[in-house]
Design a protein around this ligand. Structure first.
Ligand code: PEP
Length: 258
């Protein structure tokens, strides 16, 4: 049975005091709440060690928002999979649309990052998703196929157990315009079918595919009830402790399977 994951992408947000407050609040709550889904948070890199320390006794995973694909060297400003592993973090986001659009990250770089993370034993959350223009031009599936094809190039079936996918339509990220459950499910099904063709039915049945794009307390229920939606990658709403907890609670009650 595939994992249900509720992940928070904090992007470039929160001061140290705010980080402390959030982790204090979530760690107390999480200890008393018997949850069935995996909780994963991607704070800014400078808070990773604090997060790991504060959540040491909790069942919450901490990941980084981005890595560079080399191990060490003269790459000013970058961090590597080996570095994050050495401090105890085992997850990284790859290919978020903000990395692709603002920092001009290409599909080829996405693939180099995925391969570097996998070869170092770090779990990957790889994001794919079409822009509004691409959707309106009827190119959604073509774009998803291209991002999957490039991003997962040279990845072998056994590596897929360390990969989580996130469908994040660019037009829904940070805009307040969530994809309808039907639109999201259609894209998730397309992605799962693509995985099935490329890696086989069993791997497709096991891989978690998260939806991301303006998830809120008010819309998580219907999204999570879809057959191929295995959780959420949440930006804005993950910054507010009460909203994030509520999203986790609603998800657990409305998952479409036991
Ligand atoms: C994201 O950044 O991955 C995201 C989905 O953001 P938001 O929830 O704010 O749309």
């Amino acid at each position: 049975m595939r994992k249900i994951i509720i992940a928070g992408n904090w992007k470039m947000n929160k001061t140290l005091d705010e980080v402390n407050d959030f982790f204090k609040g979530i760690s107390e709550w999480e200890k008393d709440f018997e949850h069935r889904c995996q909780i994963l948070i991607f704070p800014s890199n400078i808070y990773i060690q604090i997060a790991l320390k504060m959540l040491d006794e909790n069942n919450i995973d901490i990941g980084v928002q981005n890595i560079y694909y080399k191990d060490f060297g003269a790459y000013t400003g970058e961090i590597s999979p080996k570095m994050i592993l050495s401090i105890g973090s085992k997850y990284s986001l790859v290919g978020h649309s903000e990395r692709r659009n603002i920092f001009h990250e290409t599909d080829e770089e996405v693939n180099l990052k995925v391969k570097s993370l996998i070869s170092n034993g770090v779990n990957v959350v790889m994001c794919v998703g079409e822009t509004e223009e691409e959707r309106e031009a009827g190119k959604t599936e073509k774009v998803l196929e291209q991002q999957l094809n490039y991003g997962l190039k040279d990845i072998l079936p056994p590596d897929m157990k360390n990969i989580i996918l996130a469908y994040e339509p660019v037009w829904a990220i940070g805009t307040g315009r969530t994809a309808t459950p039907e639109i999201a499910e259609q894209a998730h099904k397309f992605i799962r079918d693509w995985i099935s063709q490329k890696f086989g039915k069993n791997i497709a049945a096991e891989i978690s595919i998260l939806y991301g794009g303006s998830i809120k307390v008010s819309n998580i229920r219907d999204l999570i009830a879809q057959e191929d939606i295995d959780g959420g990658l949440i930006g804005g709403a993950s910054l507010k402790l009460e909203d994030f907890k509520e999203i986790i609670k609603i998800s657990e009650k409305n998952i479409n399977r036991q």
